[in-house]
Write a protein that binds this ligand. Sequence first.
Ligand SMILES: [Zn+2]
Length: 42
Amino acid sequence: MKTLEFYRNLPEKECRECGCKINEQHESYLYECEHCMNKHEE
Ligand SMILES: [Zn+2]
């Protein structure tokens, strides 16, 4: 499989808290968007 096709087939990650799309620039192990992660820090 070509690398380009592999990335194209990846499902878009969604925040498990609010369901919004997670920016792919974030680390791949994140399951929550920036907004929800900030809430946990309070
Ligand atoms: Zn969220």
